[in-house]
Design a protein around this ligand. Structure first.
Ligand code: NAD
Ligand code: DAU
Length: 361
């Protein structure tokens, strides 16, 4: 007798940077199928999942997490064992220009997704109900900003969000918590530090610097360039999420980080040095560095204390920054067509808005 096929998981935001990496990794590592749900905003790119076309274990649906009827239909049709929620507006600078979009997706969208999950699980038998997981992917930015000597963020830090993006993510984390405490939904929340790797949209620091360097444009460093982020290779984030899904304690929050605190200026120097070696341009890419007006409310430092996930679940990152960043730069160099396809007219308009108008005019 053939064993029953495993129940699928529903992954939202699967055409974005981390979601796409997660789905690709999942289908390499696991047998359970994936139902992908993505609205395909400017940040979502169907082509990120093109290598799965024809794979019977993957179904892609274009739609909004805020469309509760659609999500309820997907849940009753596919009967997933878990929802992994990556769908979000994710760029801090965009949240400064248009906060409303962040409330719609990150707060209202998450609420409707939770509500659909609640309706679905209330109709499951007890065993399936208690096996179900709603894993919400969040950020370290909900904890606010650290001074140079502050200890790294733990899961018990107060939420002190400083940007509209961080505030919207903190609100969504609170809703997830409330759905567990009030309705008994089997939730897990992860708060991760800055990711880098393949398929990251070139509005974020690392892919923006690579893209601008290769096209001879300025490398715009906000403020004094001494802000610190804790960098994690995206593949390590994906393995951490799989681990939390498998063994995380219901209702708990897990911080995920790379133990890689690096100043922005150092990141850009590292990228220039790798590009000088892999794609020499006659003069160092460092010559393209320019300092520009700071991001309003710019958080100075983030750092994750990942002791809980390491000690409880045995997860640790496998990539060092040196190995991860080399892989990443090589991926962008090998995928210039991908960069060209995502830096459309709308992208060029965003670059104008963020770097030439408004707060930087
Ligand atoms: P991204 O912007 O690259 O991708 C977001 C995806 O969500 C896109 O495919 C987009 O089309 C989709 N989406 C947006 N609104 C939607 C909606 N209403 N319904 C369905 N799909 C929608 O973001 P990312 O960097 O991959 O981040 C994924 C998640 O991880 C986010 O929740 C983010 O807050 C969190 N996170 C990101 C980082 C990071 O460094 N990138 C770090 C920690 C946590
Ligand atoms: O910490 C996790 C968060 O990391 C995620 O929740 C967010 O979704 C993700 O966008 C990221 O937020 P940051 O604001 O830290 O990432 P960003 O790549 O936008 O910027 C990283 C740092 O680089 C930050 O200090 C601002 C600076 N920066 C960024 C850009 C785009 C520049 O100096 N110049 C730039 O052009």
């Amino acid at each position: 007798m053939t064993p029953p096929s495993p129940r699928p998981i529903l992954v939202t935001g699967s055409a974005g940077f981390i979601g796409a990496n997660f789905v690709l990794d999942w289908l390499r590592e696991r047998s359970a199928p994936v139902v992908s749900l993505d609205k395909l905003t400017y940040a979502g790119n169907r082509a990120n999942l093109a290598s799965l076309d024809g794979d019977a274990r993957h179904a892609f649906v274009q739609g909004d997490i805020g469309d509760q009827d659609l999500v309820e239909k997907l849940l009753t049709t596919h009967k997933p064992a878990a929802i992994v929620n990556f769908a979000a507006e994710s760029h801090v600078d965009r949240s400064i220009h248009s906060p409303e979009d962040f409330i719609q997706t990150n707060v209202v969208g998450t609420l409707r997704l939770l509500q659909a999950a609640r309706v679905y699980t209330e109709n499951l038998n007890d065993a399936d109900k208690s096996a179900f997981r709603f894993l919400h992917v969040s950020t370290d930015e909900v904890y606010g900003s650290l001074s140079p000597d502050d200890p790294a963020f733990t899961e018990t830090n107060q939420t002190l969000p400083n940007s509209p993006y961080a505030a919207s993510k903190a609100a969504s984390d609170h809703l997830v918590r409330a759905y567990h405490h009030t309705y008994g939904l089997q939730v897990l929340t992860t708060n991760c530090s800055n990711n880098y790797g393949p398929y990251q949209f070139p509005e974020k620091l690392i892919p923006l610097m690579i893209t601008n360097a290769l096209t001879g444009k300025a490398l715009p460093i906000y403020g004094d360039g001494l802000n610190v982020r804790d960098w994690l290779y995206v593949g390590d984030h994906c393995s951490a999420i799989r681990r939390v899904l498998d063994a995380g304690r219901i209702g708990e929050t897990y911080n995920i980080g790379g133990c890689n605190e690096i100043k922005n200026i150092d990141i850009v120097h590292i990228l220039c040095d790798i590009l000088d070696r892999l794609k020499p341009a006659g003069r160092s890419y460092r010559k393209q560095i320019t300092f520009v007006k700071d991001r309003p409310g710019h958080d100075r430092r983030y750092a994750i204390n990942a002791h809980k996930i390491e000690s409880e679940l045995g997860w640790k990152p496998t990539e060092t920054f040196a190995t991860g960043i080399e892989k990443t730069v090589r991926w962008y160099l090998d995928n210039l067509d991908w960069i060209a396809s995502v830096t459309s007219g709308a992208y060029r308009q965003w670059v104008k808005t963020n770097y030439e108008q408004g707060i930087r005019a």
